[in-house]
Design a protein. Structure first.
Length: 159
């Protein structure tokens, strides 16, 4: 009988652990197109999570260097810098990666990003316990003058 209670307790703990795993949803993923010889561009998206999590990195085969960045005004000067500690995502609140704010920088581009093509991105997240996980998405390359995501359904990516 004691073994049965232990087994039930372990199964309940395993189920609780599974249920507490964050579901991260990524919408409106896009990359700004470039002109020939341009060596960097931005990737933008909206991220939501059911649990506290942090966006800590990004990787892509399309650029040798990819970083999470922040752009903000400091002393009347627009400054952009890498976000080393990542960006916290609060449960139920959308994190908007957009031009002029938090975004992903793709640098040292080997070739131009052409409108209509797609860029694979691997986003790296860290949960409250410090466990890392990744989500793969495909970002549509949009025209140079694109300032905000179009209201188009490009599919939802869940983890």
């Amino acid at each position: 009988m004691r073994t049965l209670h232990s087994t039930i307790a372990l199964m309940t703990l395993a189920l609780a652990s599974t249920l507490s795993h964050a579901e991260v949803k990524i919408d409106d993923v896009w990359v700004r197109a470039t002109v020939p010889q341009q060596k960097s561009t931005g990737a933008f998206m909206r991220i939501t999570s059911t649990e506290p999590t942090t966006l800590v990195g990004v990787h892509t085969s399309a650029a040798p260097v990819s970083e999470v960045h922040e752009m903000k005004m400091e002393d009347n000067v627009m400054k952009m810098r890498k976000v080393d500690a990542g960006i916290a995502i609060q449960p139920g609140k959308a994190l908007e990666l957009k031009p002029g704010a938090f975004h992903v920088m793709l640098m040292d581009l080997p070739s131009a990003m052409t409108a209509g093509s797609h860029v694979p991105l691997t986003l790296v997240f860290k949960d409250a316990a410090g466990k890392e996980s990744t989500i793969n998405v495909h970002a549509q390359v949009r025209a140079l003058n694109a300032a905000a995501p179009a209201k188009m359904d490009h599919g939802q990516h869940k983890h």
